[in-house]
Design a protein around this ligand. Structure first.
Ligand SMILES: Cc1cc2nc3c(=O)[nH]c(=O)nc-3n(C[C@H](O)[C@H](O)[C@H](O)COP(=O)(O)OP(=O)(O)OC[C@H]3O[C@@H](n4cnc5c(N)ncnc54)[C@H](O)[C@@H]3O)c2cc1C
Length: 497
């Protein structure tokens, strides 16, 4: 690769294809020529409607107007996921994007709360979290305050098909060329083994220097052509199937995703402006597709708008997410079930990482190794966070949940749980997108109680702790009183010119 404009070919026009195209073109501009090949005949997976807050950085980099984006993708606000029946059948908790209280220089706020809780001075950590109060009140506002105490982090729910189309428009405006066509064969350079070109059904040929494989689960280039290998994680995460179905919208739009644990998996409910997205993720080792479909259909609260769609998947990752001149992004790079809405984030993160190591003159093997090392770690951290939800369940009502508690979890996760139980401390690992507040909410929410807390918490008298807990709860709750309902917010915000 010399100084000529580098030709990047994106294979696939799903969320990952168009997000990759838009971000690469925006950052690299005229230094690359970018062509995206997709086949309408094959189509896209058509799910993936809940996100996490880093998606706002994608919008910022692309210079996207938030109201326009929300209008075009039928988006709603997401402040949290409500996990229902995960610990046991009578218990729910929220994993919010917020955090409880306000931390001290050496010590996270939750240590003070743990001490207060052990002394019987406070019983609900979530009362100290602004996002939680807004979720319960079903309200939202964009708070224009600088105090981090009132930082209300949020993400979006959106229509996945519309999101792809939106990013396509953004990309094409910047000069990305779209080629409609079914890729029939892939040609390799006999000396280097690098991909040189794609041949489409109409016999046209697309040449490239760097290929971004966004072809979905099959991994057309990374897997089928280059045979990069796959690390199977289904012994930790046995769900391998999903049934998805859209339904009519609720009268009121919740500002959070619902994740409802069922006998052999879990059901999602994602509120959009024009409809709800629903689905059931399950393990075919424990239930037939037919029973799973009946379970989903009997647990819907509004009428269906289409036939349920069955999706099969394998949990794990491509062993080399960057192999030769192919970088796998999205479902082609691996899959972790959507329990924490992380797949679209992994697309974003892959492109951000690729940009850091972008081959401006030639592909450096050291950069490829480092890219692969970081991607592996990032996938593993999210994998462990998802396993946590299953492992620390106390449900005994089905073989599925009993087996989840007996599994031998990855060592890093086992240690994380042990350290939290012993000291109240949550260790943060490199490249983990989830910080202490996230791990804390899932561990506490599913019944893990730390025995101890940071020694700094002992510097507060009982009276001081009582006062701190009281004022913190009051402060965190106060802004919600002046917020509009989520639906009112949407109506006002989306009507802006
Ligand atoms: C049940 C389920 C629920 C999910 N929920 C969430 C969620 O809530 N949040 C989240 O972040 N993620 C979620 N995901 C993941 C999310 O859907 C994907 O990460 C996202 O849609 C990106 O998919 P993709 O673009 O990689 O693949 P796809 O959408 O499958 O796109 C593949 C593209 O490759 C093209 N293609 C393939 N073969 C060829 C060929 N031979 N010739 C030409 N073109 C070809 C296709 O035409 C298509 O354009 C979910 C996934 C599943 C399975």
């Amino acid at each position: 690769m010399q100084n000529k404009s580098l030709k990047v070919v994106v294979v696939g026009g799903g969320t990952s294809g168009w997000m990759s195209a838009a971000l690469l073109k925006k950052v690299l501009g005229d230094s690359i020529e970018l062509e995206l090949v997709e086949s309408e005949q094959i189509g896209i997976v058509g799910v993936g409607e809940a996100t996490i807050p880093p998606i706002q950085q994608v919008n910022q980099v692309l210079g996207i107007d938030e109201a326009e984006f929300m209008r075009e993708t039928k988006a709603t606000i997401k402040l949290a996921i409500k996990f229902e029946h995960w610990q046991n059948l009578n218990q729910d908790y929220f994993h919010t994007f917020g955090s409880a209280g306000k931390s001290l220089p050496f010590c996270h706020y939750h240590h003070l709360w743990v001490r207060a809780h052990q002394l019987g001075l406070d019983d609900n950590l979530w009362d100290h979290d602004l996002n939680y109060h807004a979720c319960v009140a079903e309200k939202f506002a964009k708070l224009q305050v600088k105090d981090p105490l009132f930082d209300m982090k949020y993400a979006y729910h959106f229509d996945s098909g519309l999101y792809g189309q939106f990013l396509r428009k953004v990309s094409e405006k910047m000069g990305v060329k779209r080629t409609e066509g079914f890729i029939e064969s892939i040609q390799l350079n006999p000396q280097t083994g690098h991909v040189e070109s794609l041949t489409l059904k109409d016999s046209s040929v697309v040449n490239g220097d760097l290929f971004i494989d966004c072809s979905g689960f099959k991994g057309l280039l990374i897997n089928q052509k280059l045979g990069s290998g796959f690390e199977d994680w289904s012994h930790w995460l046995p769900c391998d199937s999903a049934i998805a179905v859209p339904t009519e919208r609720f009268e009121k739009t919740l500002p959070y995703t619902r994740s409802i644990a069922r006998e052999f998996g879990w059901q999602w409910q994602i509120p959009l402006q024009h409809r709800n997205g629903n689905g059931l993720v399950y393990s075919s080792r424990y239930v037939s597709d037919e029973t799973a479909k009946e379970t989903l259909l009997s647990n819907l609260t509004t009428p269906t708008l289409a036939e349920p769609k069955l999706i099969k998947f394998k949990t794990g990752r491509a062993l080399k997410q960057w192999n030769k001149n192919v970088v796998a992004v999205g479902l082609a790079s691996g899959f972790l079930e959507p329990l924490e809405s992380t797949s679209i984030y992994l697309v974003q993160s892959a492109i951000v990482r690729l940009l850091k190591f972008f081959p401006q003159t030639e592909i450096s093997p050291a950069s490829v190794d480092e890219y692969n090392r970081q991607s592996k770690l990032e996938y593993e951290q999210i994998r462990d966070f998802i396993i946590l939800h299953y492992y620390v369940t106390q449900r005994t009502d089905s073989q599925f949940w009993l087996d989840m508690q007996k599994m031998q979890v990855p060592e890093r996760l086992a240690n994380k749980i042990k350290i939290f139980e012993a000291t109240g401390t949550i260790t943060h690992d490199e490249f983990d997108v989830f910080w202490e507040p996230s791990w804390l909410q899932v561990m506490l929410g599913q019944g893990i109680k730390p025995k101890a807390y940071h020694p700094l918490a002992n510097q507060f008298s009982e009276q001081q702790l009582t006062e701190l807990m009281r004022t913190m709860k009051q402060n965190k709750q106060a802004p919600v009183n002046n917020m509009p309902d989520h639906d009112n917010f949407l109506a006002m915000y989306l009507s802006k010119g």
